[in-house]
Design a protein around this ligand. Sequence first.
Ligand SMILES: C[S@@+](CC[C@H](N)C(=O)[O-])C[C@H]1O[C@@H](n2cnc3c(N)ncnc32)[C@H](O)[C@@H]1O
Length: 267
Amino acid sequence: MTSREKLGPSTDVHLLYQEAVQSPEVDVRLIDRHYKKLAGKPARLFREDFCGTAALSCAWIELGADRKAIAVDLHAPTLAWGKKNNLAKLSIEQRTRIDLVRSDVRKISRPRVDIVCALNFSYCVFKQRRDMLDYVKNARRSLNPGGMLFMDMWGGSESQTEHRDRTRRRGFIYIWEQRSFDPISFHADCRIHFEFPDGRLRRNAFTYDWRLWTLPELRDIFEEAGLKDIHVLWETSDKNGRGTGVYRRMERTSAEESWVACLVGRA
Ligand SMILES: C[S@@+](CC[C@H](N)C(=O)[O-])C[C@H]1O[C@@H](n2cnc3c(N)ncnc32)[C@H](O)[C@@H]1O
């Protein structure tokens, strides 16, 4: 749900966030294609956990008239922003196919869905293994037979350091700061700042008190939660080491400073 309006220091932070870190139309196409490949048929009902402004669910709805979405988040003001700004861009008919639900993602398991999706690493809010296991078990219970849990992950040597990344976006610079990383607990204090051409800075627009999970840890949790056909989609890189946005199912790969991947399991 990227907007074409001019973005500047007075733009709403949710719009800046969407422009900086989300590509919902690209993401839903990847998820839709992957489900179809695994299940041999298209998915209809999609659940977006930690949905924030529900941008991904809106993109899902736009895939076709037979698509429905449930978007779940704890934070009422963010859901309200999504309703007013993202759902409002859908047609009246499209809006009837999307449900915004204010709930803890561990407390909702009905109706059963074809896909449960958690993007932008939001599950890192769970710092204890038992909480993460509860979440994944609940996601598995929420799936129709053959349904898919789809989560993105990030890692690499840089993810275990304190660092800042600056990325140019339309009208501003998006700054991802990992202010601290504790190698004992893997707890990370992460921040998003926005810097504008006139030098103004929107510091700490978003802050995350997260635990960085490793792929083998999450794979084990998926297995313990009863998921099957657990596999990794790895983002390929170009010759300069930059992510291409193309994901391949991989069993093995080599070390990278910074990587993004998706972890998939089926009910
Ligand atoms: C990083 S934002 C993710 C937004 C969006 N999913 C994306 O892809 O960019 C994390 C969201 O998770 C929500 N959240 C955190 N813990 C939650 C929980 N236990 N249940 C439901 N939502 C939760 C927060 O309110 C916040 O909106």
